[in-house]
Design a protein around this ligand. Structure first.
Ligand SMILES: [Zn+2]
Length: 289
């Protein structure tokens, strides 16, 4: 059922939940690049991404997604007396879906500057190819998947964890059970063979997940999976269906207002914002590829 204004209601719900009780955050990105057309709305401009990291570092302690599960209720912000700010930071994890080469070329150097852990969910069948399927018909487009050598180098980086994102990036909810298992298991197996290490986290392409898909992911041995529905990580979050927030391609102040509207943080620290930030937030959510 579709409720008019349902998205806004949902955001208000998470805002107050975050404001009063805290809750972990997983941000989902795809690319850090300049792409004037960007038909799938995947890009965040490098200067904006740098801004995002600065805002994040002011409000959150950045951890790996698995670390959110044990501390799902990382404390809400302390009272705004200015003295305790920064003592009890909530936890946030950074994720990238698909495995574009610019994650390594553009995002990683900025993430290194602030020493934040990063999880990259990789479409195994696209590694080393010229283009992702959804970019195939774009003239003069230079956004490509990671090469095998780049993926290995990325996986060896101390801040980076590699997760699975299937073999060919289908909406798993549309496939027959055998195909679901093949996409999930072979995608993961191929990454493990390339990287010579276990891959235990997963992201659902297009956010497509139902009971059957989730069972296949669980049976494949993954202990954590990110979905695309917006929300915070709470003590009742299903580790195999973790909500994520999808940052808009905006500079720091707008990003901070947007992040505040979902998580209940106070823009500008102790000085302000509060509930009024709801009104000015950018209402952007997206889920794919
Ligand atoms: Zn994807």
């Amino acid at each position: 059922m579709r409720i008019p204004g349902g998205k806004t209601l949902q955001r208000h719900g998470w805002y107050w939940r975050g404001r009063l009780l805290g809750g972990g955050v997983i941000l989902g990105y795809h690319r850090v690049a300049e792409d004037r057309d960007d038909p799938h709305v995947l890009c965040v401009h490098p200067s904006h991404f740098r801004d995002h990291l600065q805002v994040i570092s002011r409000h959150f302690q950045v951890v790996r997604p698995a670390d959110l599960l044990g501390r799902s209720d990382a404390a809400p912000e302390p009272p705004s007396n200015g003295l305790e700010l920064g003592k009890a930071r909530r936890a946030l994890a950074l994720t990238f879906d698909d495995g574009y080469a610019d994650v390594m070329g553009a995002a990683l150097p900025l993430v290194e500057d602030v020493a934040m852990p990063l999880t990259v969910f990789v479409v195994a069948g696209a590694v080393g190819t010229d283009r992702f399927r959804w970019d195939r018909d774009r003239d003069g487009f230079d956004g490509r998947p990671l090469t095998t050598a780049e993926l290995r180098e990325l996986a060896d980086h101390p801040l980076v964890e590699i997760g699975a994102h299937t073999l060919s990036h289908p909406d798993l909810t549309t496939l027959a059970p055998r195909e679901v298992r093949r996409e999930v298991v072979e995608g993961r197996d191929r990454l493990e063979a390339l990287l010579n290490r276990p891959v235990t986290s997963f992201s659902y392409p297009h956010g497509g997940v139902n009971e059957r898909v989730q069972r296949a992911v669980r049976e494949s041995g993954c202990r954590l999976a990110c979905a695309s529905r917006p929300g915070l990580i709470t003590e009742s979050s299903d580790p195999l269906r973790l909500p994520r927030l999808w940052p808009p391609d905006v500079p720091g102040p707008a990003f901070e207002r947007w992040l505040a509207s979902w998580t209940g943080i106070r823009p500008g620290g102790a000085r302000g914002g509060g509930a009024s930030s709801m009104a000015t937030a950018t209402p952007t959510e997206r889920a794919g590829p």
